[in-house]
Every structure is written in C-alpha cells, then in structure tokens.
Design a protein around this ligand. Sequence first.
Ligand code: ZN
Length: 500
Amino acid sequence: MDSRRYGGNGYGSQSNGGRGYGGGVAPRRRRVRRRLRVGPTLLLVSAVAAMAFFFAFGGFGKGGQPYIYEDEWRAAVELADEGLHYQALTKLGLLLALPEAPPAAFLAEFEAIKAEFYGRGVSEAGMLISQGKFSEANSLALELEEFFPQDPRVANLIFSSSGLVRYSGAIEHIFFHPLMVYAELGWSGIKPVGSQSALDTREQELITVYEFKKILENLYANDFVIIDINMIYSAVFDKDGGVIGVTEKELWLPKGKKPLVISVDDINYYQNKLSLNGWNWKLILDEAGELAAYSKAPDGSEVVSRDNEIVTILDSFVLAHPDFSFNNSKGCLALTGYDGVLGWRIKDPAAANYAEELAGCREVVAKLKENGWTFASHGYAHIDMNKATYEQAVSDTERWLEVVGSVVGPTSVYIYPYGDNVGWNNTNAKLQALQKSGFAMFCGVYNVQPGLWFFNKHNYVFQERRLMGGPMFFPGGRGWVEHMIDVDDVRDPARPSPPR
Ligand SMILES: [Zn+2]
C-alpha cells in the first residue's frame, strides 16, 4: 500500500495542511476558483523541475526543439501554485493529450501537482463532510474522482457526501478487546463450559482473528456503516477545558444505512497477558510506513502483520468496501496507561529507552488518526470508578491525562473500566471531576439494547455498548447481537465453549 493514498502525508507538514484551509473561506464559484493551500513541497518540486529542465535541455525539449506549449504549461502550473489544482490538472491534461510530448521534467511536475491535489483534496473534502457541508464536499470528491477514478478514499468521500438522509433511529455501539492471534496460547488450559456464567475471562472477553473478520462481513452485509463517536454529540468547553455544555448532533447518513460505533478496550498490550491471551505485542509502522502488529509466535519467531489485529483488518476492509464507513470513520481506542499504550512503554520518563518508546508511540498514534481512529480514556489504572474514592478518581484521571492524553491528544470520550459508571447526575463529585477534565461522552456496558441518553441539564451524554465476546455464542447472549450478526457463522471452530 502506498502511504500517499491515506491523505497526502508526504506533502507539507501536517500542521500546515489538513486543518488550515477549507474552513469557511471557500469562494462562492468554487468549481472555478477552489483553492487548496500550496504546500512547500510543491513549490520545491516546481522549482527543481524548472531547474532540471533548464540545465538538462538548455531551455529546449527533446531533439533540441523548445516545448512549443511551454507558456501554456507554465500558466497552468501557476494555477496550481495558487491552489487551483483541479483547474491546473485539467489544463495540463489537455496539453498532455496533444501530439507534442513535454520533456520528462514537465511530466514529473504534473505528477507532483496530482499528488498534492490528492492529499489536500481528500483532507479538505473529509473536513467539509465533518462540517456538514455535503454538497461542497461532493463537488470536490467528484473532481478528485476524475483524476483518481479507482481510489477507495475518493469513493468513500463520494459515498459520504451524496444521497444522505437524516437518521433518527438507534445508534448501536459494539466493543472488542485486542484480538486473540494465537489460539494455541489463548485457549490453552480452557475446558469447554456449558454456561455463560462459567466462562473463563479469556473466553468471555476475547474473540479470534477469524471471528473478527466474520463479524465485519456480517455487519457490512446487514447495512451497518461505521460512524465516529464524535458525530453523535458536540461539547462546549470553558477556557480551562472543562465541559459546560453538550448537544446532540444531527446525523446524516446514506439512505438505508444504520450507524455503528466501534470501540476497542485495553488496546495497551499488558505484558502479563501477552502470552496468556495469545495477543499481539504492539502496534508499529512496518517498512512501508503502514500500520502493522508486531508479535512473537509460539515458536519464538517474530511476526509483523497487517492482517491480525482490529485496526489493520478494519482499515483494509474499509479500503475494499468504502461504503462500510462514513467519512473514513473507524473505531475509538480506549486506553489505560499503567502498562503500555498500544504496546509502547511510556509511563516512566526515567526508563532507559523512554525517548524511543515515546517517539514510536507518537508515530503510531499519528498514523491511527490519519486512518480515522480516535481515542478515549479508559482510566489510567483500570480502577472501578464507581467504587473509587473521590481522590482516587481525580488522581487516576490526572495521571491518564499526563501519560496518555499528552500523546493521543484531547478527547472528550470516557469509557468506564468494567463498564461501571460513577452516577447519573452532576451532583456526583467524581462525575464533576471527569467533566472538569474535559470528558463529555461516557460509555458503559449494557448488552440488552442500545442506549444513548443526553443529559443536557447535566452537560454529558451516556451511551451503552454491547460486548463482542464469548457470551454471544450461548443461547442467553445470542439475543444481544443476532440482529447484527449471525453468531453461528461468526464462531471460530476452535472456540472451546459452549461445547458442540
Ligand atoms: Zn477494560
């Protein structure tokens, strides 16, 4: 996979890119005058191309002849320099169709403008969709499609900006734990049990790679579409970052699609559970700069795979099925901080390899965000916030913000450890403390029906979640999920319980 396909990472710095444009200064006659900010890379490429042309050809094209359309070409390139990439590419495309071929350096310039248009355009169209400016986003996506007709990100943008209807039904939220990669480890020592309540924690919480892939196929076939949890609500903060208001957002989705929020709990890769659960060890960037999971197989060999963890499997699935995600939304990763963050050991600044671990973690976080993943607090030490004292709750939250929040960036989502919430109104001091720390959306676990409640008076929103785990394979748990997936189809033949 080419990293450029994920949003122009190679074209100018992130801080100079995505966020900087498209936010309300879009000209009226956009088809004619759309401007994307020119990245420093394009300017550099243009300059280098011009110099290469000058020195290689002495100002002349192949065979010593000047390129007869050089003036027209330069005029078109200027449009790109002004941020009008689509107009530039359209003109250049006409010149390229003529029998007089331009010198090679010109072609490199064309490709550079195309790449810049892709990076900036995909980013801007995604932002326009998130701002509810669907028709503007759609125009831009259709322009992108002319130059990138087979691209899955562009297809996703078109899907997410056309034929939308207001959605007002239930919003399902399902959650997972990291996948069991090595069943010979994860299921080892487990005796099949006949009742849900007798399940070993591993069978209760974990599903296998096989089962996750089956679940995605089932959800997709049943017209679910993944949304970002941040599409449900908007929060207002005071100057110190405390929550002072929460409102429900309008949800607009392609007709016939049902929204689905996904979260992944404890994707920290706790060291004492790596072998026990047959888990991956950490998320990394592979040699191509793409997300992958690193693990050691039971035979001791090192494994780097893009096909054995939730994030990478879902990323690939959405590339193959652009209509399974709204605006490239993926899941929300609920992290603790006491033992690893995505497998990186970043809690102790005094540790010898702290700087390396922190840098590695930041790289992976940046790539996850680029691919549509978001983050939530799952508490620092995975304490039961309901049972915790006020002081414990406050210091746990502060520690999380310090170790994890400083790396993943601001989030207003809090996913309760053990699904145990602190209370339902903001006379609760622990809830107030969490709100003061910037949390507005709280999630629990309740498998029976999807729940979403706006406590506008108390400035927070609460959503229940369904566990995708062992109980759903029992008669008593089947009903929790069978409107979404066919559990018999999903079940891994290697799963011990219930006995067949
Ligand atoms: Zn947890």
